[in-house]
Design a protein around this ligand. Structure first.
Ligand SMILES: [Zn+2]
Length: 188
């Protein structure tokens, strides 16, 4: 989840106010794609492209490095932690935080990977692109899940932001050659 909500007036992909798990009574992940719904090995392979490891902890186990707490994914160094009820969007979001972080900084990251609004925006943009790399997910479903989960965008939805307000994020990623790993996405 976006951790930095200090600059809402300037935000495009705006930080989430709170983990909806805190305010939802039953299952916070109802209707949201979780790791249980996808092929973990393909997620692992996707992260490996960026030299990231994925470690899945057991059901109900604490998730190391989870900023928002379970079931949200956690980050420590080059490792993303998750469990079967972790939302796919959360896995991708936290992984993308590590991907967009400067290489020299990655090793020192623990729990809070967010460094700036530019990184937050780039993270949200890249997670949408990488959703296309996971069978059964795809950008459309991921953006729907992001909206359901409570990501907040200035234009009202992840889709509106991605299509019409994310040029800065795209340029930011392009400058760092971070779009080159997603040829399938680029073709659209
Ligand atoms: Zn974030």
């Amino acid at each position: 989840m976006p951790e930095n909500s200090a600059t809402p007036d300037h935000s495009t992909a705006l930080a989430v106010a709170a983990n909806p798990a805190m305010t939802t009574i039953a299952s916070p992940t109802a209707g949201i794609l979780t790791l249980a719904d996808i092929d973990i090995d393909s997620a692992r392979a996707l992260l490996a492209r960026y030299d990231l490891a994925l470690i899945c902890v057991g059901a109900k186990a604490a998730i190391p490095g989870s900023y928002w707490g379970e079931p949200e994914a956690g980050v420590i160094g080059a490792t993303v932690y998750a469990r079967s009820d972790t939302p796919v969007h959360s896995l991708l979001h936290e992984a993308c935080h590590l991907i967009v972080a400067p290489a020299a900084k990655r090793a020192s990251i623990h729990t809070d990977a967010s460094d700036s609004q530019a990184e937050e925006d780039a993270t949200c943009y890249l997670q949408i692109l990488l959703a296309d790399e996971l069978a059964g997910v795809g950008r459309d479903r991921l953006m729907t899940d992001m909206d359901m989960w409570g990501y907040s965008f200035r234009l009202g939805s992840a889709r509106a932001w991605f299509d019409r307000d994310a040029e800065d994020a795209r340029a930011w990623l392009a400058r760092r050659a971070l779009l080159s790993h997603t040829p399938a996405s680029m073709a659209r």
